[in-house]
Design a protein around this ligand. Structure first.
Ligand code: BGC
Length: 904
């Protein structure tokens, strides 16, 4: 067979994105992937040439010349400084060690950078939304039937028309826009892109993204209309666990600048200030509650030129701040999958329920033929009860998850605009005539990220678990990393702390998490506290301070360390560590201060030595601790039982996580060559360790808090001497066994459980947990119809009874990362998989496993198959990387790119 001797470049990214538009980055990082046949292929050199574009004309801005290096990710060009609102073309040439070259062209466009918006904020004339912080709240904590609640405090979606006159021969036209609330653009009746829920959920008062649109091909010479729909979103809408509204403001508005550049060099600027507004068919559209729509009030052609807007009102100029705006540098939320529901069922109670076949975050579109004035109601939920009837599992104020649609006459199509729900089942009432799945489409959403990781095994149950992890992850990466997509949609920091490595393996989350970390920094408090939720909504701050007297918790705040480190390890992104370094240190100083200067009530009774130890133990403040220890909450889903898991564990977990934070901080300091910091945190860690061992760890390897999670955390953080470690491991294994070979770990320990067992020579116990089909266990969920990861292991009981937990929490999906490493065998040795260790564990009880990852260098894959006592292993190592291959005790080799097959 003839093989082409070639080298290819398969992609060229700027700031980890493909052809980004509107990034505010002076010194962007470039990355590319190479593909070339042969073994041990390495890049010898690259050349980047960056040209500014002016129409079709190119102006060479810089040329690196031939740079001899194998660096192909995170490449910064020394003397290049990007200018605002400029389109760049990037030419890349690469040389490899096989005397081959390859070329590729990419590009990017900068945003406004420091160019201020010319336009003022504008607002349609509107009644402000009454703030729930000041007023009596409507709704009694449960879903109120239609008619029982009039939603009088909800405000309609606003429609704005902005006229734009364009001359002939346009070179380039752009809109820069953002909103208080959510907005959607149309140009002459056509949407310029398919983004949803803009602007992203950020700490709006401190940091707000504006979006850049290329509208060149949507404008025509002469009159044009920019149409904007404005809804409540996170700004004014009802959010979070309490369902409070007006987190940031009680009115919604728009900020928009537009610019058309012509071939002759002239320019037309336009802005939102010229707009007129009105309301239409959407009586309200709330992210959580849902949407109320009256089709008879539709305004046909509202965003087209030939529309009579004489009854519309001029918008009002507002003097709101604009100095916190940054060009959005992460990909937007978009439809992820659009599909037809699985079936329509009639429940034993006679309800008509649509089963979409999968728990998702999204909404439904439909087409219906009806007479006018019919009320169709769609109620969304994640589960049916044990009898198969519709069951609303998401309770509390403003959690309706409902669409109220009033028909016009004829055939009509509808899709909600500013709302999404967490659901699998939709109860439908008021539908005219017969109903079929073909009349519906399910829209699911996620912030756009490339899928990178693949994992598949010979056990269909494990494959379903992997699918469940994927679905929970996409549902919880809508704009920010969230806990769940229905009840809270909130940026709980502990959840992403636990899940970040799995997310980074499965999808390209670099820009997404970089964006969220900007919010973490913005929300960091005066003394260094990282709030438990980012963005830190007023509703949560009020609730947490009133109820727990806390803004932060151990483990939750540690997202400031573990998230950037996960990004660095998966993608080799060093800048995320640099950008967050000071915030990390500040978090550490906060904890150090709490430990050294704040002591428990019984402090006065301490011996001098205990007092000395207490300086290094975080032994005060509220913490969620090893939240949701299964044995304490299973079958007992009330808030008190949950809180008890916090109170029973926080005194051990907080000091242990303090040790962990110190270790992570030391690691970051080492990566960034901050030697004195590294030495400082190393010494601090030793002090914490000494104090922890003295106060908590007994000679026989047991601890007062006899909970699996406490042992796991203690072992993981290294808070045990070498001679006691085996006894503690034994104790942990004994407890697991006595628990029927089931885990009993909570939120902050489950992420380390499997590693602690495997690293201490007890992978046999880890496999028992993996294959455990009783509750709690990962496969229990799979065998009880789970299509996502649940908040509580026992959310559905053995007998099929369901509960009011969330069925879509990714946190316990943190096992994913262990499966890819341990079963698949793919381990990162140097960041970004520049060097990796391939070491599958064939004793894991499977006949077959395959893992692959689109690393920043290209795709690595490992698959192994056991048959008739032999194991066949197939490995593909990407160009420009090195793999240490360790297969049982038989193969140990270090190799470069290529395809490798072994029979063991
Ligand atoms: C959320 C969690 C979160 C927790 C804090 C819950 O309501 O859904 O996932 O981390 O509160 O303990």
């Amino acid at each position: 067979m003839y093989t082409l001797n070639t080298l290819y470049i398969t992609e060229l990214t700027t700031e980890h994105l493909h052809q980004p538009l509107g990034i505010d980055c002076v010194s962007p990082r470039f990355g590319w992937k190479l593909k070339g046949n042969g073994k041990n292929v390495k890049q010898l050199a690259y050349q980047l040439r960056i040209c500014a574009l002016d129409g079709e004309k190119e102006l060479l801005i810089c040329d690196t010349g031939e740079k001899e290096t194998d660096q192909s990710i995170e490449v910064q060009v020394d003397d290049f400084e990007a200018k605002p609102m400029t389109t760049y073309r990037v030419y890349l040439k690469v040389w490899d060690n096989k005397e081959r070259t390859a070329e590729y062209t990419g590009g990017f466009e900068t945003g406004r950078m420091n160019i201020p918006f010319r336009s003022s904020w504008i607002e349609p004339c509107q009644e402000p939304t009454p703030s729930s912080f000041e007023e009596e709240r409507e709704g009694d904590g449960v879903r109120v039937e239609e008619g029982g609640r009039d939603f009088h405090e909800f405000r309609p979606v606003q429609y704005i028309r902005i006229p734009v006159y364009a001359k002939k021969d346009m070179k380039r036209a752009r809109i820069y826009a953002t909103a208080h609330g959510l907005y959607r653009l149309e140009i002459n009746g056509v949407r310029p892109d398919d983004r949803e829920f803009a602007p992203e959920n950020t700490a709006y008062h401190k940091l707000m993204y504006y979006q850049t649109y290329d509208i060149t091909k949507f404008l025509k010479p002469g009159e044009n209309i920019i149409g904007v729909m404005l809804g409540d979103g996170w700004w004014t809408g009802r959010v979070g666990t309490t369902g409070d509204c007006c987190q940031y403001g009680d009115t919604i508005g728009l900020l928009m600048d537009g610019r058309i550049e012509y071939m002759d060099g002239t320019v037309t600027d336009f802005s939102g200030e010229e707009g007129v507004s009105a309301t239409g068919p959407i009586l309200f559209s709330d992210l959580f509650v849902g949407e109320k729509y009256d089709a008879k009030q539709e305004i046909e052609g509202w965003s087209t030129v030939n529309f009579d807007d004489s009854g519309w009102q001029p918008v009002l100029k507002k003097d709101y701040k604009k100095d916190h705006l940054v060009g959005q540098f992460m990909a937007p939320v978009r439809p992820l999958q659009v599909f037809t529901p699985k079936s329509v069922i009639t429940t034993p109670k006679g309800e008509t329920v649509l089963d979409v076949g999968q728990i998702v975050a999204g909404h439904l579109a439909f087409t219906v033929t009806s007479e006018a004035g019919r009320n169709i109601v769609l109620e969304h939920s994640e589960v049916l009860d044990e009898k198969g009837n519709f069951y609303n599992n998401i309770l509390n104020t403003n959690k309706e998850q409902t669409i109220w649609y009033r028909t016009k006459a004829g055939t009509q199509s509808y899709r909600p605009v500013f709302t999404y729900h967490g659901f699998r089942y939709v109860k439908i009432t008021g539908w005219p005539g017969s109903i079929s799945v073909d009349q519906f489409k399910v829209y699911t959403f996620a912030s756009e990220m490339e899928d990178l990781g693949y994992f598949h095994t010979s056990d269909e149950r494990i494959n379903q678990l992997e699918s469940n992890i994927w679905w929970s992850q996409v549902a919880n990466t809508i704009s920010i990393p969230t806990d769940c997509p229905q009840r809270e949609k909130a940026g709980w920091t502990g959840d992403i702390m636990a899940f970040a490595p799995t997310l980074c393996f499965k999808r390209n989350a670099d820009a997404f998490l970089t964006g969220w970390m900007a919010n973490v920094r913005a929300e960091q408090m005066e003394h260094g506290e990282i709030p438990m939720i980012v963005p830190y909504l007023k509703a949560y701050a009020t609730f947490l301070r009133d109820n727990l007297n806390a803004d932060t918790s151990c483990g939750w705040g540690d997202a400031v360390l573990r998230v950037p480190l996960s990004v660095y390890e998966a993608y080799g992104d060093r800048r995320i560590l640099e950008e967050n370094y000071e915030a990390m240190k500040k978090w550490l100083s906060y904890i150090e201060d709490r430990a050294a200067n704040h002591h428990p009530e019984e402090y006065d009774t301490y011996t001098d030595q205990q007092k000395e130890h207490d300086r290094y133990l975080w032994s005060t403040d509220f913490h969620f601790g090893d939240w949701l220890v299964p044995s304490m909450v299973l079958g007992n889903p009330d808030a008190m039982a949950m809180n008890n898991t916090a109170y029973a564990t926080m005194r051990y977990v907080a000091p242990a996580y303090f040790a962990y934070s110190t270790l992570l901080m030391k690691k970051v300091a080492e990566i960034l060559n901050r030697d004195s910091d590294a030495a400082y945190y190393s010494a601090l860690y030793e002090k914490i360790k000494e104090a922890y061992i003295a106060e908590y760890v007994r000679e026989d390897g047991t601890m007062e808090a006899n909970l699996q999670g406490i042992y796991v955390i203690t072992l993981k953080m290294g808070l045990v001497s070498d001679n006691i470690r085996p006894k503690m491991v034994e104790q942990l294994c004994r407890m697991i066994h006595e628990n029927g070979d089931k885990l009993d770990t909570g939120f902050l320990s489950v992420l380390f459980l499997m590693d602690v067992l495997c690293d201490n020579g007890r992978s046999d116990v880890a496999y028992k947990l993996l294959y455990q089909t009783g509750c709690p266990g990962w496969l229990y969920e799979v065998l009880h119809n789970g299509t996502t990861m649940w908040e509580s292991w026992g959310a559905t009981g053995e007998d099929g009874t369901v509960s009011t937990y969330s069925y879509n929490h990714y946190a316990f999906g943190c096992i994913g990362e262990w499966m890819y490493r341990h079963i698949g065998g793919l381990n990162i040795v140097e960041p970004g998989y520049k060097r990796m260790r391939i070491e599958p564990h064939f004793d894991c009880g499977l006949d077959f496993a395959e893992v692959s990852e689109e690393t920043p260098y290209g795709k690595v894959s490992v698959s192994w198959h056991m048959c008739n006592g032999q194991t066949a292993v197939h490995i593909v190592v990407p160009v420009n990387t090195t793999a240490e291959i360790c297969l049982k005790d038989q193969i140990k080799e270090v190799t470069g790119s290529g395809t490798y097959d072994y029979i063991l």
